[in-house]
Write a protein that binds this ligand. Structure first.
Ligand SMILES: [Zn+2]
Length: 396
């Protein structure tokens, strides 16, 4: 079976991961993104791939079976003793009927994306419903129930024999993925995020560098709140290429959470779409350099669902497929969504890019950049010491 060169993994029911009407995690982001790409002519019907069903057993490759049983019971509407210990029924992770099936479906979509790329059926694949990076082995956390990323990465390692570099550009630390692979020699996790001193989940310090056989394979750059484009890209260049070139991955998985943007209401970063798009380009270039282009992209956070997320992810897909969004977004897309969204439609964007002059200058810019530079240097120094004992990420 030969799939498309670029696969956009999609099923309408992926938008079924709907935590509650007033929850900030909005599945409508997915439909806004897909329809925007289609109306721009950047997504062809043959690129849409339906996720293959995933056996529940796959969840157990990273999740504790008692946790999965608790989720299933809660999902069926049963009362679960100890629900709080599993992170269920909190304001971040409310319980809803059918949640087990819904999030198993998200994991199936990310696994499909990884399978397509790992098997050579597609060179690149995206699943923007995925990216639930906070889910821990035995606990739901931060809007994330099952860790689709970890399930898919585990599979890439165990079944396809690949070494995987995971790059997390969400505003929040990619803690779930990091901890699940903390002692694993075949998975490198790299997370750039707003410092845990200010933001959930509070981890992602420079000294979290991996353990045992995973030593030197966990990379963290905690950034200052209000970090802007230039400083973000500077830090990216200081850390990400060096880490990936040392590790020599076979596959890159990018978590493209869109909450580093200045308009995001849940985080405090000050990026524009320009830096986000540029960071996707740099990850894609690293894939061309190191993995023969093999790259899987997921979504993640992003709580400015109309104005920011659809454009961020459309730029990500455009980068993956060597295309560009048009300057002016299509009128038919705007008309359709103005009708569907009603009042919320005032936040729909009309252009694909942002003019940085529309963003108020951040006070203390120089101090923020200086501090980020120092932290990045500390991260890389700490790691280089660990890396010096292993050439080629221990591959040799
Ligand atoms: Zn986030």
């Amino acid at each position: 079976m030969k799939g498309p060169d670029h696969a956009f993994v999609y099923a309408p029911e992926l938008a079924g991961f709907d935590l509650s009407a007033d929850h900030p995690f909005k599945p409508v982001r997915l439909e806004l993104t897909r329809t925007l790409l289609e109306s721009c002519g950047l997504l062809q019907p043959e690129q849409l791939v339906t996720p293959a069903p995933l056996a529940e057993q796959a969840l157990l490759s990273v999740h504790d079976h008692r946790f999965v049983e608790a989720v299933k019971a809660a999902s069926r509407g049963e009362k679960v003793p100890n629900a709080q210990a599993y992170g269920l029924g909190t304001s971040d992770n409310p319980v809803f009927g059918g949640m087990h099936e819904a999030v198993l479906g998200v994991a199936a979509a990310t696994v499909t994306a990884v399978d397509l790329v790992a098997s050579g059926q597609a060179r690149r694949a995206a699943n923007f419903s995925g990216g639930l990076h906070h889910a821990l082995a035995a606990r739901a956390s931060g809007f994330c129930l099952y860790n689709d990323l970890a399930v898919a990465i585990r599979r890439a390692v165990d079944q396809h024999g690949l070494r995987v570099a995971y790059v997390d550009l969400d505003a929040h630390h990619g803690d779930g993925v990091q901890w699940i692979f903390y002692e694993d020699p075949d998975v490198l996790t790299v997370s750039l995020h707003e410092s845990g001193r200010y933001l959930f989940p509070g981890t992602g310090h420079t000294y979290e560098t991996g353990k045992g056989a995973g030593r030197g394979r966990s990379v963290n750059v905690p950034l200052e709140p209000y970090t802007e484009d230039e400083s973000f890209l500077e830090v990216f260049d200081l850390v990400v290429p060096a880490a990936l070139r040392w590790f020599q991955p076979d596959l890159i998985v990018l978590q493209a959470g869109a909450d580093m943007h200045a308009h995001d209401p849940l985080a405090d970063m000050s990026l524009t779409l320009n830096a986000m798009q540029e960071s996707y380009r740099r990850v894609a270039a690293l894939a061309d350099e190191l993995t023969e282009g093999r790259l899987v992209v997921t979504g993640g956070g992003g709580y400015d669902p109309y104005r920011t997320v659809p454009r961020a992810w459309s730029h990500a897909w455009a980068v993956l497929t060597h295309q560009e969004l048009p300057e002016e977004l299509p009128g038919e897309w705007l008309d359709e969504w103005r009708e569907r969204l009603g009042n919320a439609a005032v936040n729909l964007p009309t252009t694909s890019r942002e003019d940085t002059r529309d963003f108020a200058p951040v006070p203390r810019r120089a101090a923020i950049s200086r501090r980020n530079r120092l932290v990045a240097a500390r991260t890389i120094e700490t790691l280089q010491e660990l890396w010096s004992s292993e050439v080629d990420g221990g591959r040799a």
